[in-house]
Design a protein around this ligand. Structure first.
Ligand SMILES: Cc1ncnc2c1ncn2[C@@H]1O[C@H](/C=C/CNC(=O)c2cc(-c3ccc(F)cc3)cc(O)c2O)[C@@H](O)[C@H]1O
Ligand SMILES: [Mg+2]
Length: 214
């Protein structure tokens, strides 16, 4: 049977990246997506903005919604101190299997917990199942119509604290109008837009950084 694009992406990582070297995994995926097959990773340009937000925050507890192949998981986890934890949710078993191998190739499995399942099922279980009080940083990159309901769910589950940072991918392309309207008009958030480009293209896209004010 024909391989899938995530399988071909993993093959490119195994062929061109060095085990235990996260930067080489990131570069191998970016090269594959720029020169072989486009894939919906945050990419190098928006990825640098993600890096700067994570580095400035130095978060201990991180949640990622939508693992896909693990590209942004590797970008975030490589910047975390060893005691920090990144929980990433992915409900597609095939993507989860690829992402586990990408994360392992980068040598970051000790900092990452990939949970197979839907965000709406797992967000309410973060406290009792993972012993998480609140998250310091949340990266949203899953189905775009899930950003707003999941943000409200995280609020309702008490998973956000004063200062928790939400960073949302694709706020222009494909776009998340209901989420943007919410975080930009709610008195509970201080929000700002980082203009960039859709991964591996010249199209406009950007990231929205929203700080929960409690
Ligand atoms: C509720 C729930 N729970 C758990 N996992 C969940 C979940 N909902 C989705 N997932 C998972 O997350 C990923 C989905 C990512 C969706 N991302 C995009 O659709 C996306 C699209 C583009 C794009 C832009 C221009 C185009 F012309 C075409 C595509 C760019 C992007 O950067 C994207 O992120 C995928 O791995 C999916 O299984
Ligand atoms: Mg995205």
């Amino acid at each position: 049977t024909r391989s899938t694009r995530p399988q071909r992406l993993l093959n490119a990582v195994r062929k061109h990246a060095t085990r235990g070297d996260p930067q080489s995994v990131i570069s191998a995926i970016d090269h594959f997506c720029r020169h072989s097959e486009w894939a919906m990773n945050i990419g190098d340009e928006k990825g640098s903005i993600l890096d700067s937000v994570v580095s400035e925050l130095n978060p201990e507890k991180v949640l990622e919604l939508g693992t896909y192949c693990g590209y942004s998981t590797v970008r975030i986890a490589r910047l975390l101190p060893p005691g920090a934890r990144l929980i990433t949710l992915e409900f597609n078993a095939d993507y989860a299997a690829i992402a586990r191998q990408v994360i392992a190739w980068a040598g970051l499995e000790d900092r990452v917990q990939l949970v197979e399942g839907a965000s709406e099922d797992w967000i309410p279980r973060m406290k009792e199942h993972f012993g998480i009080e609140t998250f310091d940083f949340v990266f949203l990159d899953h189905w775009k119509d899930r950003y707003l309901p999941d943000t409200k769910l995280m609020e309702d589950c008490g998973l956000l604290r004063k200062g928790t940072v939400l960073l949302a991918d694709n706020v222009i392309c494909p776009g998340v109008p209901d989420y943007l309207q919410y975080v930009r008009n709610s008195l509970s958030y201080k929000s700002c837009y980082f203009k960039s480009h859709l991964e591996y293209t010249k199209a406009e896209d950007g990231l929205e950084k929203s700080v929960f004010l409690g």
